[in-house]
Design a protein around this ligand. Structure first.
Ligand code: AMP
Ligand code: ZN
Length: 485
């Protein structure tokens, strides 16, 4: 696919702002600014959270496939407060720290790393910028000052509040009308608020007695409200206007609604062009949630014998805007289906006699009309609001077509996998083992072992020897690949 304006124009995305499918047009030709709300790091992410990040990864991959240069920014909420306005009790970061005998900073670092490791296992492309809230307190305070100057804030009982009545279009994303706004009191009773939907920008009197992380500020020593970090960091890295903002559907009503009030309140300009929201993963007991006691982690799936990519495959079984029910039976089916695809590709590769690398085949123009047609239909599915589910169905049917040359089926599959991210070519290099002289194969394996035991000198020596024998080695995050020159 090329970078022409026309192809970008064919991408349609469902914009929560306006509740309709819209043709995607980047603000600046060829470039996309993408902001995704990141994890709260006082606990392990559950597989419901991870569903949202896989959806965002599919979005990024589709944009990149269209030739767009994406700048992907994600925050990490490492300030010790909670993100749910209804939460009460203790600072969760502090609870975690006490339970594990770590400092709050160590807790945040530990769960940030655990989250990044989960995303790597799910083959999620890493954001270009992962920004920690605790490293952007200055930017948040500046934003409060701007809002203060623009007349959007008030101080009461030690906290700085955003006055939603100062922002006439408040609630447009969530389709809140004025009556809803007055009825907003169900969330919490805070007598200092002028409007029940007002929210805190800076706390000095927190919800918790022993808020662990605190900073000095013009309004007193305290800590920022949660919504503030996303406005401050997204604008720092993507500019005061940018293209796409994502998160789970639970963010529409409060978090994203408040982010808009902050950002547009400060700049006086429209902020984000496209708002995309992923639906929930649900359990028989309801939505999967950290506090609901029904949360499963990726580690639990692995302990039960599933590859993280089986979970990715399971997620591709439903469009991102529909709820998806988790079950172990569905996981079994996903595992079987993914394995069978991987095996099919290995066998196609054998039939095609293709010893070239995955990249070479994926980029190859299929020779047959059937393959070209299916590739176009798969592209259309991706462009139709990221319908990877449909694309996967098209691919599976196509792979069975014996009338199409194996190399063409392989090319279409590898090309589509640049979006699926299922590493469908995982078995291929083992599969062509027979085609290479046994002593060379032994050297490749020996080199892999040397790398594993971090004996890089031996690995380099073996690479040179293999090269001299006509075998080129390529190390990638998914393992070592080789090809004959
Ligand atoms: P959190 O770490 O709680 O802020 O959540 C991280 C992301 O996961 C957010 O974008 C949430 O909207 C999303 N999320 C939370 N629960 C679920 C769920 N059950 N299914 C899908 N996404 C979820
Ligand atoms: Zn956010």
């Amino acid at each position: 696919m090329g970078t022409t304006d026309a192809t970008v124009k064919s991408l349609r995305l469902y914009n929560t702002m306006g509740r309709e499918l819209q043709v995607f047009t980047p603000r600046e030709e060829g470039k996309v600014g993408l902001y995704c709300c990141g994890p709260t790091v006082y606990n392990y992410a559950h597989i419901g959270n991870l569903r949202t990040y896989v959806f965002e990864d599919i979005l990024r991959r589709v944009l990149e496939r269209l030739g767009l240069s994406v700048k992907h920014v994600m925050n990490v909420t490492d300030v010790g407060h909670l993100t749910d306005d209804g939460d009460e009790g203790e600072d969760k970061m502090l609870v975690g720290a006490r339970e594990r005998g770590m400092t709050v900073w160590e807790i945040a670092a530990h769960f940030t790393e655990a989250f990044m490791s989960d995303t790597r296992k799910l083959n999620i492309r890493e954001p270009h910028i992962v920004s920690r809230a605790t490293e952007h307190i200055g930017e948040m305070q500046e934003l409060i000052s701007r809002l203060e100057s623009a007349g959007h804030t008030y101080e009461a009982e030690g906290n700085v509040y955003y006055s939603i009545d100062s922002f006439p279009s408040y609630g447009s994303l969530a389709l809140l009308d004025r009556a809803d706004l007055q009825a907003g009191a169900r969330i919490e009773v805070d007598s200092a608020k002028r409007n029940p939907r007002d929210f805190v920008l800076w706390f000095t009197k927190g919800k918790f007695e022993h808020q662990a992380m605190q900073w000095d500020s013009p309004w007193g020593r305290g800590y920022p409200g949660w919504h503030l970090e996303c406005s401050a960091m997204s604008m720092k890295y993507l500019g005061e206007q940018f293209d796409i903002h994502c998160g789970g559907v639970d963010h529409i009503n409060v978090h994203h609604t408040n982010e808009i009030a902050q950002s547009e309140g400060a700049t006086g300009e429209p902020w984000v062009n496209y708002w995309l929201h992923g639906e929930f993963l649900i359990m028989p007991s309801g939505r999967m949630g950290k506090s609901k006691g029904n949360a499963l982690t990726l580690a639990t799936l692995e302990e039960n014998g599933y590859d993280p990519l089986d979970y990715r495959y399971f997620l591709l079984g439903a469009h991102y805007r529909t709820q998806l029910s988790f079950s172990w039976e569905a996981m079994d089916a996903a595992r079987r289906a993914r394995r069978s695809l991987v095996e099919q590709l290995a066998s196609l590769r054998r039939d095609a006699g293709a010893l070239t690398s995955t990249g070479d085949i994926a980029g190859r123009q299929p020779g047959s009309a059937q393959a070209l047609e299916v590739r176009d239909r798969i592209d259309d599915a991706f462009a139709d609001d990221l319908n990877a589910t449909k694309a996967l169905g098209l691919l599976r049917a196509f792979l069975k077509r014996d009338d199409v040359p194996a190399i063409d089926r392989l090319a279409v599959a590898l090309d589509a996998d640049t979006v699926f991210g299922l590493q469908l070519d995982a078995l291929s290099h083992q599969d062509v083992d027979q085609e290479i002289a046994p002593h060379l194969l032994a050297m490749i394996k020996e080199r892999e072992q040397a790398r594993e035991s971090r004996d890089f000198a031996a690995a380099d020596r073996l690479r040179e020897e293999l090269k001299a024998a006509g075998v080129v080695i390529e190390d990638s995050p998914t393992g070592t690949k080789w090809k004959l020159e």
